[in-house]
Design a protein around this ligand. Structure first.
Ligand SMILES: Nc1ncnc2c1ncn2[C@@H]1O[C@H](COP(=O)(O)OP(=O)(O)OP(=O)(O)O)[C@@H](O)[C@H]1O
Ligand SMILES: Cc1ncc(CO)c(N)n1
Length: 261
């Protein structure tokens, strides 16, 4: 069985972060492992607390995983401080990690800040250059590319800027678009749209975590990037279409929609 590692924060409500990643990996046929960067106290209505691990403890987790069950792919999600970002960058180089999916988590769907401001430059210096694919949503792409992203042409321009600056593929997710749910891949000076049916479901907590973990799972299983994105998008679409409705705020997806008999 192929293996995949998520380096991300825990979401106590189970819909995003580590919990979404592990569920997604199971449902997409890989063995999932985790290195936790922070605990969050959160639910469908918001984040009430964040407790970061120390860089030393993150280091111990990464050593434990990489020296025993080597991951075939790595997904990186919420990492809120420059020190933790440096620890991850150093270790992924040291252990020659491959198939690295970087989801530059900045703000929760509920609106909470999940990254310290000074960590954004550490992210740009340490993690984006080693990414196989970067998966920003529209607001994150605007921050990273330094330009407003208001329409499809802006999405193409921002993805191009990021792909050229960091030498990685960029999947700019369209979930925040008012009109569609199309994601744009910019890679090797070419772009391709992954068109998605926009589902009328207010419960979108963790869609980004779920998509990036599903991409990592399919890369781990040996698929190329475009095939992995297509499979991952189909998985997220199915999980949204299932219309799970939990909690009083922005609820989670059904990660097991394709799994339970
Ligand atoms: N209403 C929707 N219908 C269909 N697909 C959607 C919808 N909302 C989001 N998606 C898809 O979900 C994936 C994640 O995109 P999105 O832009 O929501 O990420 P995100 O903001 O990082 O997610 P989150 O912060 O909630 O984890 C993309 O493939 C996007 O197209
Ligand atoms: C821990 C965590 N990671 C990522 C997100 C973004 O959805 C979230 N809400 N919580």
């Amino acid at each position: 069985m192929k293996t995949s590692l998520t380096i991300a924060g825990s979401d106590s409500s189970g819909g995003a972060g580590i919990q979404a990643d592990i569920k997604t990996m199971l449902a997409n046929n890989v063995y999932g492992m985790s290195a936790i960067t922070a605990l969050t106290a959160q639910n469908t209505m918001g984040v009430t607390g964040i407790m970061e691990v120390t860089p030393e403890f993150l280091q111990q987790q990464l050593d434990s995983v990489f020296t025993d069950i080597y991951p075939d792919a790595v997904k990186i999600g919420m990492v809120s401080s420059p020190q933790l970002i440096e620890t991850i960058a150093e270790n992924l180089s040291k252990y020659e990690a491959k198939n690295i999916v970087v989801d530059p988590v900045m703000i929760a769907t509920s609106g909470a800040d999940l990254i310290q401001e000074e960590a954004v430059s550490a992210l740009k210096e340490g993690l984006l250059p080693i990414a196989t694919v970067l998966t920003p949503n529209i607001p994150e792409a605007a921050v990273l590319a330094g330009m407003p992203v208001n329409n499809d042409d802006d999405m193409i321009e921002a993805a191009k800027i990021l792909s050229n600056a960091y030498g990685c593929a960029v999947l700019l997710k369209g979930g925040h678009s008012k009109t569609h749910a199309n994601d744009l891949l910019y890679s090797n000076d070419q772009y391709r749209w992954f068109k998605g049916e926009r589902i009328d479901n207010p419960n979108t907590h963790g869609t980004g975590c779920t998509l990036s973990s599903a991409i990592a799972s399919h890369l781990a299983n040996g698929h190329d990037l475009e095939t992995s994105i297509k499979f991952a998008k189909d998985y997220v679409t199915g999980a949204l279409r299932d219309m799970l409705d939990l909690g009083s705020g922005d609820g989670p997806l059904n990660h097991g929609w394709n799994y339970n008999a």
